[in-house]
Design a protein around this ligand. Structure first.
Ligand code: SF4
Length: 235
């Protein structure tokens, strides 16, 4: 099937709405039930986001619960020593992460009245929080209309709007993520993009046959999707 590549900037409103509607419809039926989706506590959500950097979801879930049982609040974490938090983090790896998380807790208490900041500028000023994590905290904890761009989202947007072989800049992909965001529903939309990238439009086995977004996707069908499972995703 041949598809016309739309210009990346200035996505037609009808195309944007169709993309949003189909993605959100898929998400309502297939979203993953994850513990950090049952809370609006910004600290708890930040813990999940820092753990999910470089670590698979199934390894994060038990450690997330264990960590919050041990450090249920920013105050509890701020009191901990570097060695202690590294031990508590084991075996997730990348051991700078728990120390930075502890330092964020201390900075929140010292400079932000004991709260995780709720503006992009203040979040980015904290060591260990980059643009993706800032967007995740803003949209998941504070329900702000903030875009995200992680590995999964980057791949999904590239494949659907630019083509699988394109090598767009992050600047372009951030602007695309922002342009597609349905105002007032960033929480579900961003979670949906991540779930879709993790379970349907995956890096190695994209499930193009039966994909609910195939009609919007300029990469459909990916050649290496021939081995993917077919059907069952619904449109
Ligand atoms: S058709 Fe294939 S490449 Fe396109 S969004 Fe769906 S799974 Fe991804």
């Amino acid at each position: 099937m041949t598809r016309t590549r739309a210009p990346v900037t200035g996505i037609a409103p009808a195309r944007r709405r169709t993309f949003q509607r189909r993605l959100l419809s898929w998400y309502r039926r297939h979203r993953r039930d994850l513990p950090w989706r049952r809370t609006r506590n910004p600290y708890h959500i930040l813990v999940s986001e820092i753990m999910l950097q470089q670590t698979q979801v199934d390894r994060v879930v038990p450690k997330y619960r264990e960590w919050l049982a041990r450090y249920p609040s920013l105050e509890a974490l701020a009191r901990a020593g570097a060695r202690e938090v590294r031990e508590a983090w084991y075996p997730l790896g990348y051991n700078i992460r728990p120390v930075r998380l502890r330092d964020i807790a201390r900075a929140a208490i010292r400079h932000h009245s004991g709260k995780i900041p709720s503006t992009r500028e203040d979040l980015l000023a904290l060591r260990g929080i980059g643009p993706y994590t800032a967007g995740a905290v803003l949209s998941f904890a504070y329900r702000k209309d903030a875009p995200i761009l992680d590995t999964n989202v980057r791949r999904v947007l590239r494949r659907i709007f630019l083509g699988d072989r394109a090598a767009p800049s992050d600047k372009l992909l951030w602007s695309l993520s922002e342009a597609l965001l349905p105002r007032g529903n960033a929480y579900d939309f961003n979670q949906a993009l991540m779930d879709f990238g993790a379970t349907v439009c995956s890096a190695r086995r994209p499930r193009c046959p039966g994909c609910p977004l195939s009609r919007q996707c300029v990469s459909y069908p990916l050649a290496d999707a021939s081995a993917a499972r077919s059907g069952g995703l619904g449109a």
